[in-house]
Design a protein around this ligand. Structure first.
Ligand SMILES: [Zn+2]
Length: 185
C-alpha cells in the first residue's frame, strides 16, 4: 500500500472497546491514486465515528467538501460542494464472506482497516447526475458565456438542418417511395 492510501488506515487492534473519532483530509493526491475515476481534484474533510465492539467495527462517515467537476452546460471545470453520510460495518470473523458496500469482513489476523476505497466510492456516490454552474449554491453566472453562445449556435444549426415540418428528412424520402409503389400497383 502506498503512503497516500496508507493515511486512511485505522489500526483498530490498539483501540479500546467503545467510541473513537478520526478526521481525514482528502486532496488532489488522494484522487491521483484512483486514476480511472472522473474526479481529479478536491478538498474534502472526512469525519469518522468508530464504535469498536469485540468482533465488529461500526464506522459512521460524514464527508463534506469540494470536488472539481465539468459543467454540463459550458464544459468549464468548477468546484462543486458535496456531502455524504454513510455507515460501514466491519465484522471480524474467520468465516469466508464476500464484502458488499456496507458490510466488510476481515480476519482476526488483520490489525487494520483501510478506508480509502470506501471514502473514494462515497465521494463518487455523492455526485449529482447533472453538474452545472448554479447547482448546490454555485454561481450560475460563472458559466462561460462565450462557450454557451457557441453551443447555442451549434444547437440552432442542427434544428435548422432538419426539415421544416419537424419530420426527419429520411422518413420524408421513405414516404415518397411508398407513394411511388402505390402508383405502380
Ligand atoms: Zn458552466
Amino acid at each position: 500500500m502506498n503512503r497516500t492510501i496508507d493515511q486512511y488506515t485505522v489500526h483498530y487492534k490498539g483501540l479500546k472497546i467503545g467510541r473513537h473519532h478520526f478526521d481525514f483530509e482528502v486532496d488532489d493526491s488522494f484522487f491521483e491514486q484512483f486514476d480511472e475515476g472522473e474526479i481529479k481534484k478536491g478538498k474534502i474533510n472526512v469525519s469518522v465515528e468508530l464504535e469498536r465492539h469485540n468482533l465488529m467495527l461500526e464506522f459512521r462517515f460524514n464527508i463534506k467538501g469540494l470536488v472539481e467537476v465539468e459543467c454540463d452546460r459550458c464544459l468549464d471545470p468548477f468546484m462543486l460542494p458535496i456531502s455524504f453520510k454513510g455507515d460501514l460495518f466491519v465484522k471480524i470473523t474467520e468465516n469466508e464472506n464476500v464484502n458488499d458496500d456496507e458490510i466488510w469482513f476481515i480476519s482476526n489476523n488483520e490489525h487494520q482497516v483501510n478506508l480509502a476505497q470506501y471514502i473514494y466510492e462515497s465521494i463518487n456516490l455523492s455526485l449529482p447526475l447533472k453538474r452545472y454552474h448554479g447547482i448546490s449554491g454555485t454561481n450560475e453566472s460563472d458559466c462561460d458565456p462565450i462557450m454557451l453562445n457557441r453551443l447555442k449556435l451549434t444547437k440552432n444549426n442542427t434544428i435548422n438542418n432538419s426539415s421544416s415540418n419537424g419530420i426527419d428528412p429520411r422518413w420524408e424520402k421513405l414516404k415518397d417511395l411508398q407513394i411511388d409503389n402505390n402508383n405502380t400497383n
